[in-house]
Design a protein around this ligand. Structure first.
Ligand code: DC
Length: 222
């Protein structure tokens, strides 16, 4: 069973996907981590502005998930980069991977391979219901107002000891929204058959419970 969850940055989809996977006892695949890992490697190699080099490295790097911890640890060429890929400076250059159609093709291929090895998966990103898994049994699109998403992101960063001003985080979110929604390949948009959930006024448990109820209700009808 594939449950695809898409949505913009800070919509709460990652936390909801993690929690839903835990509730259902299935694996959570964070596909944003794969774009971040490619961008981190591109940063290390100083090639973020060279699309051909980013494509080449995306085809060469090892990106593994250690699913024994939740959230899963992310391994880039065997090194644990779980925290490094979330640094704001990496977030800001992740477009060098996400906007590159060849990198997207490579990572979508890898996502399908990972999902193919798992009995069930909650997979989360921007194009999971539209491109990577158009035949997913469940498709959800989680959204929230940009100001609320920025507020949540500031809080998440604070918990990690990273102080970023609200205005800067909001600006970053609006820039990423524009990029995510306007990219030619794999843009952020709900699949025509996705269930759209606005989480602006919902906390994590409300979003997770809504998703779990929908999955369980549908399961009973199958
Ligand atoms: O979900 P996230 O913030 O960790 O994603 C990091 C970046 O990767 C974000 O700019 C959007 C991009 N991304 C994507 O283009 N397609 C995906 N399936 C997942 C993430």
């Amino acid at each position: 069973m594939i449950i695809a969850i898409d949505g913009p940055a800070g919509s709460g989809k990652s936390a909801a996907a993690t929690e839903l996977a835990r509730l259902l006892g299935v694996t959570h695949l964070d596909t944003g981590a794969m774009y971040r890992a490619v961008a981190l490697e591109a940063m290390k190699q100083g090639v973020t502005d060279q699309p051909a080099a980013v494509t080449a490295l995306s085809q060469q790097v090892n990106i593994d998930f250690d699913f024994t911890s939740a959230p899963a640890a992310v391994l880039l060429n065997g090194c644990d980069v779980t925290s490094a890929i979330r640094l704001p400076e990496v977030t800001r250059v992740t477009y060098c991977a996400a906007d590159n159609p060849e990198v997207r093709a490579e990572l979508v291929k890898r996502q399908r391979l990972i999902a193919g090895r798992l009995a069930s998966v909650v997979t989360e990103g921007r194009d999971q219901g539209t491109v990577a898994f158009p035949d997913a049994e469940f498709k959800f699109f989680i959204d929230a107002r940009p100001e609320e998403r920025a507020r949540r992101r500031v809080h998440q960063l604070q918990l990690k000891g990273i102080a970023e001003p609200f205005e800067r985080v909001l600006e970053d979110i609006l820039i990423r929204d524009r990029r995510d929604r306007s990219r030619l390949v794999g843009p952020l948009k709900p699949a025509p058959d996705a269930i759209i959930i606005d989480s602006t006024e919902m906390d994590l448990s409300a979003v997770t419970e809504t998703l779990a109820q929908l999955v369980r209700a549908e399961g009973q009808h199958r």
